[in-house]
Design a protein around this ligand. Structure first.
Ligand SMILES: C[S@@+](CC[C@H](N)C(=O)[O-])C[C@H]1O[C@@H](n2cnc3c(N)ncnc32)[C@H](O)[C@@H]1O
Length: 489
């Protein structure tokens, strides 16, 4: 089952009455992809690429009816997911095999949820989903199974991401859901629409257990523990967690005692605004408590910014978050969420056409951060970041060679300094062509895109020239490495 956070409902269709609507999920025009109309409203359409799996379209039927009720507030994602699962299970178009797979999944219930607040949340979700389902399908016996469905979702759902790893909602797949969690996983789950891929990160022997990571395993220990407890109801005792809160993810650049005094006011402010969250715990000394308040503030700010539509505003605020990390004097650039904020900032800058600044941030991630957070060259996250960098280098190079395009001032300056973009483009793509097969498999969409671009560059530049470029007589690669140090934060 696939579900999505943001409900678009029938508004998408009515917003453009004269235009044949495209996909309400990914917003593509649907040309050449094929779109299917919702079986509920018969209007909103979803494409078979990103918003695939008919289940998604069927799930919309409930939302679509419910969203016509103006008295209803926006549905929480847990309620939405339960409604979609109930709707899927009662439909005739879901295969019996799919249904049997879902029915076999175990569910969490009051006995496995430990904290009172989480039980309360679970009961509210069950009651809301049952009530809403009853309004849409008054006589459907699936309503009585909603408690079990909520428990199944709580126990088994994985974060559904775009191919570039942006969270989109949740996914429930009987096979992917059979893997247990480790913060030091030997495999990863990737969404390569319409398929789910499970890829190994290290050699796995026959009969060895396959572990995936349900959460961002680059987060510090207490945050990982808190997330797994709240979302999946278990205490993680994986090989990394057994070593406690003193691994690389938890390290500070300097002792928390040296936290910049400017930030102490911020800490007091943050502590006053937010009750202590176990996810933010660092230690019991005054300095550690201050720092945990700052950390909580930073995580919450960042999470709030992820869905901000206004790019310019988001860039301003993300830069602010990064400045706080930098000014703290204790935050290493590899400690979360500093590292993730940088990646989001680069993506936002790209959307705004600020190629030069985005390139410098991406170079920092490429040279100084990713090799530490993701030690394997072919780690899927690292491969995706590298792919973003390669595409941005190509875009910068093309913009400077196309008189019809406005060149970003940062890129213009690089051209003036006679930087040869082709050196890093070729070196990165050549290696990426190999790594992407290991990370995503030879048949994945990403592999196809990486190989196509590599081929274009090979044909465009010519093998003879590329051999000279590989020799790099003017030391362009060394110059490129320096970019990682250009920006202050
Ligand atoms: C997707 S299921 C994994 C399959 C699970 N073994 C089962 O049979 O349902 C996720 C659930 O398995 C349990 N689980 C997964 N990894 C675990 C771990 N490392 N330690 C303890 N429980 C774990 C948790 O209850 C979690 O909600």
């Amino acid at each position: 089952m696939w579900t999505q956070k943001a409900a678009r409902g029938c508004a998408t269709h009515s917003a453009s009455p004269n235009k044949e609507p495209g996909c309400a999920g990914c917003q593509s025009d649907g040309a050449g992809i094929g779109v299917k109309a919702c079986t509920g409203c018969k209007k909103v359409k979803y494409c078979s690429r990103v918003c695939q799996k008919q289940a998604w379209t069927r799930g919309h039927k409930n939302e679509c009816t419910l969203l016509k009720d103006p008295s209803l507030p926006p549905l929480p994602s847990s309620v939405r997911a339960a409604l979609q699962l109930a709707s899927l299970m009662s439909s005739t178009s879901a295969s019996e095999e799919d249904k049997a797979g879902i029915l076999r999944l175990e569910a969490h219930d009051r006995s496995t949820i430990e904290q009172y607040s989480d039980i309360e949340q679970y009961e509210v979700t069950v009651a809301s989903a049952r009530d809403l389902f009853g309004r849409v399908s008054p006589d459907d016996p699936e309503a009585f199974k909603i408690r079990d469905y909520v428990g199944k979702i709580l126990r088994n759902s994985l974060t559904l991401t775009t191919p570039t790893l942006d969270p989109m909602g949740i996914a429930l797949d009987p096979i992917a859901c059979s893997a247990n969690h480790s913060c030091n996983p030997n495999a990863s789950v990737l969404f390569d629409c319409p398929r789910i891929l499970m890829r190994s990160l290290v050699p796995i022997k026959k009969d060895e257990e396959v572990f995936i990571s349900y959460i961002d395993n680059t987060d510090p220990y207490y945050r990982r523990q808190a997330q797994l407890k709240t979302r999946y109801c278990f205490k993680c005792e994986c090989s990394k967690c057994r070593l406690g809160p003193n691994q690389r993810e938890d390290k500070w650049a300097q002792s928390p005692e040296t936290l910049n005094t400017k930030l102490l006011n911020l800490a007091a402010l943050a502590a006053a605004r937010f009750p202590t969250d176990p996810a933010d715990y660092i230690g019991d000394s005054k300095a550690e408590k201050d720092l945990s308040a700052v950390q909580g503030n930073i995580y919450r700010n960042y999470e709030g910014l992820r869905n901000l539509k206004d790019n310019a505003q988001a860039i301003k605020e993300l830069e602010n978050v990064m400045r706080i990390c930098k000014d703290s004097g204790v935050w290493p650039i590899t400690r979360q969420p500093y590292a993730n904020v940088r990646v989001d900032l680069s993506a936002r800058m790209l959307d705004e056409g600020r190629l030069g600044l985005a390139l410098f941030q991406m170079a920092k991630t490429y040279f100084l951060i990713d090799p530490i957070l993701y030690p394997q060259d072919f780690h899927p996250v690292r491969v995706l970041h590298t792919w973003g960098l390669a595409k941005t280098l190509v875009a910068a190079y093309s913009s400077g060679n196309d008189p019809s395009q406005e060149v970003d001032p940062g890129v213009e300056e690089l051209f003036q300094r006679e930087f040869d973009f082709v050196v890093p483009i070729w070196r990165i793509l050549k290696k990426l062509s190999v790594d992407v097969v290991k990370s995503h498999g030879s048949g994945s969409n990403l592999t196809f895109m990486v190989h196509s671009l590599t081929q274009q560059v090979r044909e465009g530049v010519g093998m003879e020239n590329l051999r000279e470029i590989e020799r790099d007589p003017l030391h362009m690669w060394r110059e490129f490495e320096r970019w990682a140090h250009y920006l202050q934060y």
